[in-house]
Design a protein around this ligand. Structure first.
Ligand code: SF4
Ligand code: SF4
Length: 159
């Protein structure tokens, strides 16, 4: 049986992946006005269009040089929330079908199974919960210049 991911999921935790809404493809799905399920009403399946990876808290200039390199790539951003720092990637899941349903619902990964739709991207953009948000190179560079008094381009690897 196919299903959208939030319809039968335990309400354990909000998925710690996030996205920059405007940069993601707009996935049109079948809106079902008869549905009482939030996922059934969701037209973008946003939760299936990105992945994130937690990273060590960047502290040195070189740590930020690495992050600057990463966010220089199309579809890559970074953010900090209550759980720490994350790199995020715009990447629509291969299993997301045109109608917005999961094509491998019975075999979907644990992360998908534990996704809680009590408060998800259907309710508000994920970035609303970010403490820091860097969708691109200019935003992170501006932060670096503010954070480090003597920031200069090309900070070398320590040691
Ligand atoms: S974004 Fe929320 S409402 Fe939409 S499919 Fe994902 S969990 Fe369901
Ligand atoms: S496997 Fe892909 S399409 Fe299915 S629930 Fe997970 S992220 Fe969504």
């Amino acid at each position: 049986m196919k299903n959208k991911i939030g319809q039968v999921l335990p309400t354990t935790q909000r998925l710690d992946i996030a996205m920059e809404t405007e940069s993601f493809p707009n996935i049109e799905t079948d809106r079902n006005p008869e549905s009482s399920s939030k996922c059934g009403l969701c037209t973008q399946s946003t939760c299936c269009t990105y992945v994130t990876q937690q990273i060590d808290t960047p502290r040195s200039k070189y740590d930020f040089e690495i992050l600057l390199w990463q966010v220089s790539h199309r579809g890559v951003g970074a953010y900090k929330d209550d759980d720490g720092w994350f790199v995020m990637f715009d990447a629509v899941c291969n299993h997301l079908e045109a109608d917005g349903y999961c094509g491998i619902y019975e075999d979907r990964p644990t992360i998908c199974r534990s996704h809680d739709n009590d408060f998800c991207e259907y309710d508000a953009p994920a970035e609303d919960g970010f403490k820091l948000y860097f969708p691109d190179y200019p935003s992170l560079l501006a932060y670096c210049k503010k954070r480090f008094k003597k920031w200069s381009t090309g900070n070398p690897r320590p040691g």
